[in-house]
Design a protein around this ligand. Structure first.
Ligand SMILES: Cc1ncc(COP(=O)(O)O)c(C=O)c1O
Length: 388
């Protein structure tokens, strides 16, 4: 029979053994402590519901007067967010998107012909594989190395560059390793990208969630290479359901204005932002202050609890974490991480992510979410450590 569907959609849609085990466990009604939760709306944080709902009910939303880059007042609020970080971002350099994921797709549509390549960090967030398939982009991984902290393996990055490479993704801070790009690494990235005409694509959704040290720089002010910086309300204000993100374009003037002109056509073709959310963006961004205070308090307390419990055993340790919502645990690699996660589900009623979910290149890693409710986290960690 002639093929009906595009090859890019020939995904293996069968559930993997861990998701199957998780679904069976939940269906059986057995108790479960879920240490993978990453949806902030399910973690018991308090939101100013009234302020949020009022912001969404702005009568100005009755008019349809779309701007391909997004409503000016919303872009001004985003620029003000960067001013708070000591970064000046011109409102003309900002394009609103319905999520960071949409921003990724706008950027790859602007940079890549079918089959072109984008470098992505390993380990990192598992969203990129599907995004790349949908955009006909090939992903090439560059290693991050851990040695009392994570760093970019520049040798691997440079070896990954081919004639088809169009850009390098950096997740700053990265999920789940919780490290961020250091100024010397930025310098090197700029050197490599400017020399090879590659773009830097910086995902900064976790930028506000530093656990120690000073606030890191933002790529939104990077001018030495063409740079696309993305973020949004999903993480910054804990409001993923609002579907509001943005893309900041910076870099050498000529490249920057050409990129923006092309992006504007893509954005104009979809005009995907809706009016109520755009009018609400200034108020929704204001919500970040109470949200981040609660979230960072939770993450710090959970991390302290983890560190309090870890000395009860000797075979499991945590890696250093600088920022973000997750902790990476080094565990004995006596079976695959997936087998271990399935065993933890069956024998301890806890659900954790195996390292391979985030493309860890070897066995021996589990990832736990630090935004889990504190009682669940403490009880879950106790059960987890009792396995070793
Ligand atoms: C590193 C990273 N980037 C992007 C996203 C997705 O964000 P958005 O909801 O804006 O698409 C996530 C979500 O977990 C993430 O961890």
């Amino acid at each position: 029979m002639e093929e009906v569907f595009a090859e890019r959609t020939n995904w293996n849609l069968e559930a993997n053994p861990l998701s199957e085990a998780n679904a069976r466990h939940r269906a059986s009604g057995k108790p479960l402590l879920d240490l993978t939760i990453s949806n902030p709306t399910e973690c018991g944080f308090e939101y100013d519901r009234r302020a949020i709902l009022e912001a969404l009910a702005n009568p100005a939303s009755f008019a349809y007067d779309p701007d391909p880059r997004g409503l000016l007042s919303a872009r001004q609020a985003v620029a003000t967010y960067y001013v708070g970080r000591g970064v000046e971002v011109p409102v003309d350099g900002i394009i609103l998107t319905t999520s960071t994921s949409e921003a990724y797709s706008f950027v790859s549509r602007t940079l890549c012909n079918p089959g072109d390549e984008i470098l992505i960090p390993e380990p990192s967030y598992p969203l990129f594989a599907f995004l790349a398939d949908i955009q006909d982009v090939k992903l090439v991984r560059y290693r991050l190395d851990y040695d009392y902290g994570w760093q970019i393996n520049f040798q691997a990055l440079q070896q990954g560059i081919t004639a088809r490479t169009r850009g390098v993704i950096v997740v700053h801070p990265n999920n789940p390793t919780g490290h961020f790009t250091k100024p010397q690494e930025l310098e090197k990235l700029n050197e490599i990208c400017a020399a090879r005409n590659l773009a830097i694509i910086a995902d900064e959704v976790f930028l506000d969630f530093m656990l120690q040290g000073e606030a890191p720089f933002s790529f939104a002010q990077n001018s030495a290479a063409l740079t696309f910086t993305m973020s949004g309300l999903s993480k910054i204000s804990g409001l993923p359901q609002m579907k509001a993100g943005w893309l900041v374009t910076s870099g050498p003037e000529q490249l920057k204005s050409q990129a923006l002109a092309r992006l504007e056509i893509i954005a104009d073709t979809y005009l995907s932002m809706n009016a109520p959310v755009q009018w609400a963006i200034p108020a929704l961004l204001d919500q970040r202050h109470p949200f981040q205070k609660q979230l960072l308090g939770r993450v710090r307390r959970n991390l302290a609890e983890l560190d309090r419990q870890l000395p009860t055993q000797k075979s499991c340790a945590r890696l250093a974490v600088e920022a973000g919502w997750y902790a990476v645990l080094r565990v004995p690699a006596t079976r695959s991480d997936e087998e271990l996660a399935i065993e933890l589900l069956a024998e301890r009623n806890i659900y954790v992510h195996p390292g391979h979910f985030y493309d860890f290149p070897s066995e021996g890693f589990l990832i736990v979410s630090l935004i889990t409710r504190e009682e669940d986290f403490s009880a879950g960690v106790k059960l987890l450590l009792s396995m070793f």
